[in-house]
Design a protein around this ligand. Structure first.
Ligand code: NAD
Ligand code: TYD
Length: 336
């Protein structure tokens, strides 16, 4: 049975695609991606040319394009495609509403129309808003998003739940904490800090740097997504966290130590507007029900990640310059 992935050229989506094609080489995986600035086909070089993998360039907000690409009775849709960066949503929210809300509703409608087996919706711990020092975000906690990005992801979740309640569509939702690992676009904290540190350029620290994020390695996340897709309960929501809650400043100090760079690179800048102080996902449900737990200790994962960025200066330079668009043209002869 085929699987239809949206946003498979992004950071987490491309990890999922690479892992899936390795694990299920006989199943067709269709990657439907608009290839925005965040979609990078260099992330998918490993599966390029594999008969089990097909790329379709398209927009999740365009029902005709989705219906053309989505096979009848497709086994599953895994919906990653989104505008994903909080700072960009603060600058301008319109594209977030379009892609994250309208795009999700279009995907749900198309999935119903095509008789898709299961719809896995990728959400975020940010829909809960920030937690007090001793508070935990549970699957049934109230949703209280702070940023326009989180607000759009919250709205999307409501459409997913409504599709199950109203139409009986088999959906599952995952809410993941901050992912890190190779191939993450260098506008997010860790790849930005690592690449700047390598180049001995200042690393911007928002506000007091004491905001807490729970870091999970992207491979641990995709393992959890496989478990939810294959064994999760219809209509359920599962939290996926790394169990590594750390203030930003500590994470940055650790990576500077790993890279042998001075702390003087850390440069305080004004705080992000509406900045969430602490995320804390409770992951008891997925651990108990599906037997998943993260396997990569943070310091090991961070060391490998730092090495990956150090070993891939061309990838970083392309991502930072937008040059990967040229790569697409070279591969497909189409201007993007
Ligand atoms: P990303 O920004 O790296 O990639 C997004 C992908 O979606 C890109 O390939 C882009 O081209 C594609 N895309 C964007 N708009 C599209 C559209 N209209 N139609 C088709 N494709 C489109 O994102 P990511 O960090 O890999 O995140 C993937 C998903 O996981 C998102 O839904 C995000 O909200 C969620 N999430 C991410 C994190 C994290 O730490 N990165 C944490 C929790 C949840
Ligand atoms: P980010 O990677 O944007 O993820 P999110 O906002 O979705 O958690 O940011 C992670 C944390 O790092 C967040 O608290 C904001 C902070 N941050 C900085 O301090 N400096 C930076 O340059 C960036 C991009 C983020």
């Amino acid at each position: 049975m085929a699987i239809f992935v949206t946003g498979g050229a992004g950071f987490i989506g491309s990890q999922f695609v690479r892992d899936w094609v390795r694990k299920y080489p006989a199943q067709l995986l269709i990657n439907f991606d608009k290839l925005t600035y965040a979609g990078n086909l260099e992330n998918l070089a490993e599966v390029e040319g594999n008969p089990a993998y097909r790329l379709v360039r398209g927009d999740v907000c365009d029902p005709n394009a989705v219906l053309d690409a989505l096979p009848d009775r497709c086994g599953a849709v895994v919906h990653f495609a989104a505008e994903s960066h909080v700072d960009r949503s603060i600058l301008s929210a319109a594209e977030f509403v379009r892609t994250n809300v309208l795009g999700t509703q279009v995907m749900l409608d198309c999935a119903r129309q095509k008789g898709v087996g299961r719809f896995l919706h990728i959400s975020t711990d940010e829909v809960g808003g920030d937690m007090e020092a001793d508070e935990w975000f549970h699957e049934d906690s109230p949703l209280d998003p702070s940023s326009p990005y989180a607000a759009s992801k919250t709205a999307a979740e409501h459409f997913v739940r409504a599709a199950t309640r109203t139409f009986g569509l088999d959906t599952v939702i995952t809410r993941t904490s901050n992912n890190y690992g190779p191939y993450q676009f260098p506008e997010k904290l860790l790849p930005l800090a690592i690449s700047n540190a390598i180049e001995e350029r200042p690393i911007p620290v928002y506000g007091d740097g004491m905001q807490v994020r729970d870091w999970i390695h992207v491979e641990d996340n995709t393992a959890a997504l496989f478990a939810v897709l294959e064994r999760g309960r219809k209509g359920a929501t599962y939290h996926i966290g790394g169990g590594n809650p750390l203030p930003n400043i500590e994470v940055l100090r650790l990576l500077l130590r790993l890279l042998g760079r001075p702390e003087s690179l850390l440069t305080r800048v004004p705080d992000r507007l509406g900045h969430d102080r602490r995320y804390a996902v409770d992951c008891t449900l997925i651990r108990g029900e599906l037997g998943w737990k993260p396997g990569i200790p943070f310091e090991d994962g961070l060391r490998e990640t730092v090495e990956w960025y150090r070993d891939h200066p061309d990838w970083v330079a392309h991502a930072k310059s937008g040059e990967y668009r040229g790569y697409y043209e070279k591969m497909y002869g189409v201007s993007v």
